[in-house]
Design a protein around this ligand. Structure first.
Ligand code: HEM
Length: 287
């Protein structure tokens, strides 16, 4: 029986490391995927596969598509495709580093490591802006319904957002609350939030069809730069894409107020295969 990668539905770990790989030209994709099966357990290491390995072998996964380079008034979303995305979940930064090294070695020369980002849980699950993140995530059966397809697979949208803390700190507390649509002090939703408030842009029940996703984002930092590694799992990519289109103003010209202090530097979609007998089930590749 196929089951979802367990890490998708578990609570956030204290620490994480995200790895993004490209596909080496003319490489043995089948051998790379077999090596991937040897290093991914679905729980401590969650895997998402991008279009390049499928395209290289002339295969398809229904529902996996390129990340659209959307733009709206004054905002641009980059599309930065990768062949493979790994979310290493853990609680020891050194162990994560060594696990990442082992994985990189196992996947070479087929998958080439392009990016690696350290992430962490902050203040019980807050974004670095101080706002609680994940409050309206569906839970239990609703989380499974939102994130997992009938065959146990999932899709994930990943965007690395860079915060501008100087701009954020220059705002009055009321303006910050209006950006999110919730009060930082007690996480209460604001009745009179402006239409640009993030939670108004993304209110999952306000879409038709309703657009539920399971967000598993974590703050990241590297030197003086920091922000949110936004990660949203869905049984398809449609809910995320509907939310994103409204955030950039493509529905009504109103841009999400989040963009006043943060912007995405990357954007990519991946297919997260199910597990079978403790191993990634790569049916489209006959593996
Ligand atoms: C730096 C980027 C982002 C930050 C700091 C951020 C932060 C937040 C915060 C603080 C909340 C309110 C609490 C909660 O329900 O989790 C929230 C809600 C939400 N966010 Fe974001 N978010 C970001 C990007 C995004 C993106 C790119 C999307 C999807 C395209 C998104 C989708 C959602 C959804 C669906 C909700 C719940 C809305 C509801 O149903 O009430 N967020 N976010």
């Amino acid at each position: 029986m196929s089951t979802p990668q367990a890490g998708i539905l578990l609570p956030l770990p204290p620490l994480a490391r995200y790895l993004a790989f490209s596909l080496a030209p003319d490489s043995d994709v089948g051998a790379g995927l077999a090596a991937l099966q040897g290093v991914v357990d679905g729980e401590r290491t969650v895997a998402g596969i991008g279009l390049p390995p499928l395209t290289a072998l002339g295969k398809k996964v229904a529902g996996l598509k390129p990340f659209p380079p959307l733009s709206g008034p004054g905002v641009e979303l980059p599309s930065t495709p990768f062949a493979l995305w790994l979310w290493l979940r853990g609680d020891d930064r050194g162990e994560l580093l060594h696990r990442a090294r082992r994985i990189e070695q196992a996947l070479t020369p087929v998958f080439e490591l392009e990016e690696s980002w350290d992430a962490f849980k902050h203040d019980g699950g807050r974004d670095l802006s101080g706002y609680e993140d994940g409050t309206e995530n569906p839970k239990d059966d609703a989380a499974v319904a939102a994130a997992i397809a009938a065959d146990g697979s999932s899709f994930v949208a990943v965007q690395r957002w860079l915060h501008d803390f100087t701009r954020f700190e220059a705002m009055q507390p009321e303006e910050r609350d209006d950006c999110i649509g919730r009060r930082r002090s007690d996480n209460e939703e604001l009745d009179d939030a402006p239409a640009s408030a993030h939670v108004k842009r993304t209110a999952q029940e306000s879409f038709s069809p309703e657009a539920f996703v399971v967000r598993r984002s974590m703050p990241w930092s590297e030197g003086r730069d920091a922000g949110l590694m936004f990660v949203a799992f869905g049984h398809s990519l449609d809910a995320f894409q509907a939310q994103m289109r409204r955030m950039v103003g493509l529905e009504d010209g109103i841009v999400d107020a989040l963009f006043r202090f943060t912007r995405p530097l990357s954007g990519a979609y991946f297919w997260c295969p199910p597990m079978q007998d403790g191993k990634l089930a790569l049916a489209p590749f006959s593996l």
